[in-house]
Design a protein around this ligand. Structure first.
Ligand code: PMM
Length: 251
């Protein structure tokens, strides 16, 4: 199972906001993750925590591009966490090789076509709406069946836009328009997502459904979650700390 290390170059991400906001701090953390054995570094410049405001394209670019340019010199695989096609394109130009779109192509009508043209792997996450409104969208009949069927729609849209089947990765979008019970139902039925036939990424690290008052207090639960998921057939986990997750995988 691969470990995707989170590098949010933002002042306000829920768990690591402000910690890697300068170029220097972000490159330092990226270098640390490489020494800890990270497989992919996921660089993002826009917080998607519930209630967050959008950032402008120019602000997003000024946060992520210098960091990707520096880290790609170190030879690590980099994904760009963005909902904007233009940001994805700019990131790929300076060395990112994977596009991670939390909106699964819904936020920007150009995204799927851009990913198809760039021929990079594309992570399509389950999403129902922007951070400002997503908590009010957490209504499901059967959450597992509903998320699978909505993800299927995104997969078909991606294929129709010309993204190669081999380049598609899916993600159930833990915490996005979902309450704690929804998130646990998805995790407990994660094999049903694997059965769709695409690599599955799960991003539960330090999210609220794990309990605890602060993101840092959810670290132990995050590592336990990775340990549990390691017994499934998923492709990877998206996490804040790298070494503890690597350690439970090799234990
Ligand atoms: N979660 C966040 C941001 N990007 N990308 C994917 N593919 N899956 C996720 O679950 C996901 C994501 C929000 O968490 P963060 O603020 O810690 O980055």
């Amino acid at each position: 199972m691969i470990i995707m290390g989170i590098l949010n170059v933002t002042p306000d991400s829920f768990a690591d906001g402000g910690r890697h906001y300068s170029l220097e701090a972000a490159v330092k953390r990226g270098t640390e993750m490489i020494s800890e054995g990270v497989d992919i570094i996921d660089v993002g410049g826009e917080s998607t925590r519930p209630g967050a405001d959008r950032v402008s394209e120019s602000e997003e670019l000024s946060r992520v591009i210098p960091v990707i340019r520096e880290l790609s010199k170190l030879g690590v695989t980099i994904s760009i966490d963005t909902m904007r096609a233009s940001t994805a394109r700019a990131a790929v130009t300076v060395g990112a090789t994977i596009i991670n779109d939390v909106s699964g192509g819904l936020a920007d009508p150009e995204m799927l076509l851009t990913a198809a043209e760039l021929k990079t792997p594309y992570i399509a996450m389950h999403w129902r709406g922007q951070s400002k409104e997503m908590n009010s969208m957490a209504h499901y009949g059967d959450v597992v069946a509903d998320v699978i069927s909505e993800l299927n729609v995104r997969v078909n849209a991606a294929l129709a836009a010309g993204i190669n089947r081999e380049n598609l990765i899916i993600d159930p979008g833990i915490g996005f328009a979902k309450d704690a019970a929804h998130n646990w139902a998805i995790i407990n039925n994660i094999e049903q997502f694997v059965d769709l036939g695409y690599p599955v990424l799960v991003g539960g690290s330090r999210k609220r459904f794990l309990g605890g008052d602060t993101p840092d207090e959810r670290e132990t639960a995050s590592i336990a979650l990775t340990k549990t998921l390691a017994t499934s057939r998923i492709w990877g986990v998206r996490v804040h700390s790298v070494k503890p997750h690597k350690d439970v995988l090799s234990a």
